[in-house]
Write a protein that binds this ligand. Structure first.
Ligand SMILES: *[C@@H]1O[C@H](CO)[C@@H](O)[C@H](O)[C@H]1NC(C)=O
Ligand SMILES: *[C@@H]1O[C@H](CO)[C@@H](O)[C@H](O)[C@H]1NC(C)=O
Length: 266
């Protein structure tokens, strides 16, 4: 019971510290691009070389208010450039895999994502690349992983049985942030808390034995909500492996934006 109360307090605290930004508002800013993909594969979210595989390499480094000390890792944004002769109204969708602190841009895209904002006209993508820095609009959208609909938990190489577990979430859908993660042995109600260590990585040095269930706390509506997966890691979980969480986050955080720009551009 005590643990549960602590959990609630932690959730309220974490929740209130992450709701001030308005990701779903329509933002007008500028975007640049990285000429080398390797810049993003060493991104602050710690997805490593896996990053360039997300969304066919349509990934981005975001400014601190989007990155949110790592809570923004894995968030998706639809981005379009403004020049009507070169840019489509649909633009492209990128996933945040890195932090960029340059104050000239809100987003620095992979060159693949940057080019994907161009119209399918001969030379339009190259003309866009030549501009380097372009005016954009963007808003947060759910991440759509197509057939791969469930969230995955990847056990990091730094994990060490029996006491240390480091994970990151992959294929996180929704339009909201995971603000807390708890784990317990399957069937037990003795939960322990994971803490966000850096980027998308969560850690704990209180690892229950046996197979593990997970509670993911997300911002949903104006509140927190728990997405519970009754079995995620088998008792013989291994570092370097990825496990299906068998749940997906479909929630949307209600933010203080009026109006929110909720429709997907096409
Ligand atoms: C931010 O992005 C720019 C490209 O626009 C890049 O030159 C710079 O190194 C990046 N800075 C950081 C701190 O990541
Ligand atoms: C951007 O950052 C640079 C160096 O950090 C600073 O000199 C400059 O004034 C900043 N520009 C704006 C518009 O804040």
């Amino acid at each position: 019971m005590e643990g549960y109360l602590l959990f609630i307090v932690a959730v309220v605290f974490l929740f209130s510290s992450s709701v001030n930004a308005c990701d779903r508002c329509l933002h007008r800013s500028k975007a640049a691009y990285f000429s080398s993909a390797s810049a993003l594969s060493s991104g602050a979210c710690a997805y490593g070389s896996m990053a360039t595989g997300f969304f066919a390499g349509h990934i981005a480094a975001a400014m601190p208010s989007i990155y949110k000390d790592g809570a923004g890792c894995g968030a998706c944004f639809q981005v379009r450039c403004n020049d009507p002769t070169l840019c489509t109204t649909k633009g492209t969708t990128v996933m945040v895999t890195d932090l960029n602190t340059s104050n000239h841009t809100d987003l620095v895209l992979s060159s693949r994502a940057f080019r994907a904002m161009a119209k399918p006209l001969a030379g339009a993508d190259r003309a866009l690349l030549r501009q380097g820095l372009v005016d954009i609009q963007y808003h947060r959208v759910p991440c759509d992983y197509g057939n791969r609909k469930m969230m995955n938990v990847r056990v990091e190489e730094s994990s060490k049985k029996p006491n240390y577990l480091a994970i990151k979430l992959l294929y996180q859908g929704g339009q909201t942030e995971v603000v807390a993660i708890d784990i317990a042995q399957v069937g037990s109600s003795r939960w322990s808390y994971m803490t966000r260590s850096h980027g998308a990585v969560w850690v704990t040095d209180k690892v229950p034995t046996g197979a593990l269930q997970f509670r993911f706390v997300v911002t949903a509506g104006y509140d927190g909500k728990v997405v519970w997966s009754q079995r995620v890691l088998p008792a013989n979980w291994e570092a370097g492996r990825t496990y299906d969480a068998a749940v997906q986050i479909t929630d949307i955080a209600q933010e203080g934006c009026d109006p929110c720009d909720d429709h997907i551009w096409n």
